[in-house]
Design a protein around this ligand. Sequence first.
Ligand code: PMP
Length: 290
Amino acid sequence: FDQRDGWIWYNGELVPWKDAKVHVLTHGLHYGSCVFEGERLYNGEIFKLREHTERLFKSAEILGFKIPYTVEDIDKACIETVKAQGLTNGYLRPVAWRGSEMMGVSAQNNRINVAVAAWEWPSYFDPEQRLKGIRMDIAQYRRPSPETAPCKSKAAGLYMICTISKHAAEAKGYADAMMLDYRGYVAEATGANMFFVKDGVIHTPTPDCFLDGITRRTVMDLARKRGYEIIERHIKPEELDDFSECFITGTAAEVTAVAEIGPHRFTPGEITKVLMDDYTAEVNPKKGAA
Ligand code: PMP
């Protein structure tokens, strides 16, 4: 992945993709002082760019560091990167981390580095499976409590248990894993939020210890526009058998149907399909309108 041709925005300038390197003594690598974003570009426009950039700044602030650029600078960096890469559709990865000037837990004088990479990334899950529904395992690890981890930050360190869980699921032939939270309630997938349907009503876990995703909020708005009722609440894993449909949402995953979670079975139905289509329409700017 690091040997491609192309350009990456790195601390204020575009550098060749292969040269966008960090030192092995980078604090972000040793101690997880790193935050990132995941964004998608549809027909030449980055979906909710400003919201993503603002979340990047917020994530850094929660970890106690300040990104040495303005939100406008980073928005521009994203647009510049997409242009340099010649992309019309793709995925963007802004990332900010503490550098290698000091080694130790304390990193008061380390430079805050920022980079933005962009590349083509059509579908996170197999396109056919996205409609039929993916198969999910139940993860061994739980989302930590807000007293244990800065769970409102999209911090690299919080993904350690996601990668372990996703790898364990993949080793068993599943596409992803559902993670419970520290209390044992249903939380989220390893990189996406979760929704369920019962008797035409949408139920989704209250995001009090995991990301309230930008896609999650977009899909909730679309669902309300359709007149669907949405209940945000704590959901117990024992309840999964009561639900007929299940889907996950995320920038990378978009809206993806779920057919299985451990022993539980779901059938992608009307609500999942309607929201998949509405989301596709929402993210694709209407050319020639107005
Ligand atoms: N939870 C986790 C753990 C994620 O990595 C993501 C993807 N950023 C989400 C939820 C969904 O967030 P969004 O819709 O903003 O991409």
